[in-house]
Ligand binder design. Structure first.
Ligand code: 5GP
Ligand code: ZN
Length: 115
């Protein structure tokens, strides 16, 4: 755990969040500023600063993150109509929290290309 990291503090229960799903590897919680009717963030319990720091050793963790995203999509009934999964890395992509997180967006038509 990184003491000053917002998402480590959410994982640790120190900062409240609306939890959508959790297991031993990941926590999925609703975004405070949702960009779609469903907007959930899937984060590993382990502190990893961004998607750019993910390596081959994180294979099982990535599978757990994707599995959690799929479960969230099924919970809200978005698995058939569609949903979007996003990792933002670095300032040009708008990453604002330095703890890797997978955005799960669903519940509306999602334009492509994204802004
Ligand atoms: P990024 O811009 O880094 O890809 O995504 C960070 C996300 O975290 C944003 O969508 C932002 O709304 C969300 N966020 C920031 N602070 C909090 C918080 O304290 N609680 C929750 N639930 N979401 C947060
Ligand atoms: Zn962290």
């Amino acid at each position: 755990m990184a003491e000053s990291c917002l998402f480590c503090r959410i994982v640790g229960g120190e900062i409240p969040a609306r939890i959508a799903f959790q297991d031993e590897a990941v926590v999925a919680f609703h975004d405070l500023n949702p960009q779609a009717p469903t907007h959930v963030l899937v984060v590993p319990r382990q502190h990893i600063p961004s998607a750019d720091a993910i390596g081959p050793e994180h294979g099982p963790l990535l599978a757990a993150m994707l599995g959690a995203a799929q479960r969230v999509a099924r919970q809200v009934g978005a698995h058939e109509r569609g949903y979007r999964l996003v990792f933002n890395h670095g300032p040009a992509a708008g990453q604002s929290v330095d703890h890797v997180h997978l955005h799960v967006l669903a519940g509306r038509k999602l334009d492509w290309p994204p802004g």
